[in-house]
Design a protein around this ligand. Structure first.
Ligand SMILES: Cc1ncc(COP(=O)(O)O)c(C=O)c1O
Length: 406
């Protein structure tokens, strides 16, 4: 009998992390690799936020805190939800954890019984199915289509709900597609949910501030206040404030669920780092103007990458409305042969080929439950993105058609 639990045997390691680590080991061997596999902004955390952390250390804020987070942070979270989402929470309705990721874990561990199903649209973030499984639930992925802009339709949702469904998990803007649910999209889904009073909504808003052009960000609890009593809104400082390493996420929802999430966290990590919590207070309460600067830079890079990728025969993508990813279709290149003689049968083969031949790390779509795509993060400098796209183009031009290939 091995040491590993049966539960873990079905849980896959993150392909995003796997590709990034592979790139790092190639780099350690002296190879040049541009990493477009990582889901984090390349900007530095703004200085005033770093200063708040330094001051917190000097002021001796280096001890355990309340499980749900220091009061000043929970107040900052309440003010943020009020200011930006018109959501009103009290102190017992918000909590703070080690990144949005831990809050998703806490919520599912606190609410799922063995066999309960969690519906989410695919392509989805690599961690959704795995977190659901670790929490004892059953992932119920629902395929969305390129033609619909990767948006889950009301019919998709209705046909996925069973009497075991506990949650609908929504992520807008989406990782990996960048799709953003409009007010109307959410209203349509809310109309379906009204027929199923036992289904809760988990809204993962981590990319909230990264929407481009005229796109409006909306969240379910705001669009459908009547569903707020069964909605958990999760967010964090990682992506909007370039604070991925600080590990601060937060959530707002019904007090009973928040209390149970605190119980889970109280028996695991206790709370996120006290110093990082003080930095997050500064992030949420202070000047927000750099968010616009980040957003403008990302939009420019998005347009650059989309333009360059669409010039490569066999690759195609639309300009996504949000987040910092391009999800490019590579179906037309599958079945081609690399100069080594290897046939690229899957998107994983293609991603590995790009890593070895182009020196560019991307993530295969299969990691997001969508075969025939690659995800490219454009949270890198314009120069790196230009070099990466040129290298991809060059590597693709060296592929030859095999008989019967598309
Ligand atoms: C969709 C989605 N949700 C949540 C997270 C987790 O963010 P955090 O760094 O706050 O744990 C990520 C990070 O990549 C993400 O892409």
């Amino acid at each position: 009998m091995g040491i590993l639990s049966e539960k873990l045997s079905s849980v896959k390691p993150s392909q995003t992390k796997a590709m990034t680590e592979r790139a790092a080991s190639l780099r350690a061997e002296g190879k040049q690799v541009i990493t477009l596999s990582q889901g984090e902004p390349d900007f530095q955390t703004p200085d005033r936020i770093c200063q708040a952390a330094i001051e917190a250390i000097r002021a001796g804020h280096t001890k355990y805190t309340a499980v749900a987070g220091i009061q000043s942070l929970r107040k900052a979270v309440i003010a943020k939800f009020q200011r930006e989402n018109s959501l009103n929470f009290t102190l017992d309705q918000v909590t703070v954890g080690c990144g949005a990721k831990q809050l998703l874990f806490n919520a599912l561990l606190a609410s799922l019984d063995e066999g309960d199903e969690v519906v989410f649209p695919t392509p989805c973030w690599v961690s959704y199915p795995e977190i659901v499984k670790l929490a004892g639930g059953v992932p119920a992925p629902v395929e969305t289509r390129v033609e619909n802009g990767f948006i889950m339709t009301p019919d998709d949702l209705r046909s996925a709900i069973t009497d075991k469904t506990k949650w609908l998990m929504l992520n807008s803007p989406s990782n990996p597609t960048g799709a953003v649910y409009s007010r109307e999209d959410l209203e349509d889904l809310a109309a379906v949910l009204r027929d199923y009073p036992d289904v809760w909504v988990l809204s993962d808003d981590i990319y909230e501030h990264l929407v481009y052009g005229d796109t409006e960000f909306c969240t379910m609890a705001e669009i459908a206040p009547d569903l707020a009593s069964r909605t958990l809104t999760v967010n964090g400082v990682s992506k909007s404030y370039a604070m991925t390493g600080w590990r601060v996420g937060y959530a707002g929802g019904p007090a009973e669920l928040i209390k149970a999430m605190n119980t889970v966290q109280g028996q695991s990590t206790s709370h996120t780092c006290s110093i990082a919590q003080h930095a997050a207070v500064a992030a949420l309460n202070g000047d927000q103007s750099f968010i616009r600067e980040f957003r403008d830079a990302f939009k420019k890079r998005r347009d650059q990458v989309v333009g360059l990728l669409n010039q490569i025969p066999g690759l195609s993508c639309k300009a996504p409305d949000g987040a910092f990813y391009v999800f490019a279709e590579c179906q037309g290149l599958l079945g081609t042969r690399a100069p080594s003689g290897k046939v690229l049968a899957t998107d994983m083969d293609f991603a590995l080929y790009l890593m070895e031949e182009a020196g560019v790390a991307v993530v295969p779509g299969s990691g997001f439950l969508a075969d025939g795509f690659i995800r490219i993060s454009y949270a890198s400098s314009e120069e790196e993105l230009a070099n990466a796209c040129a290298a991809i183009s060059n590597a693709v031009s060296r592929l030859s058609r095999t008989q019967g290939a598309a």
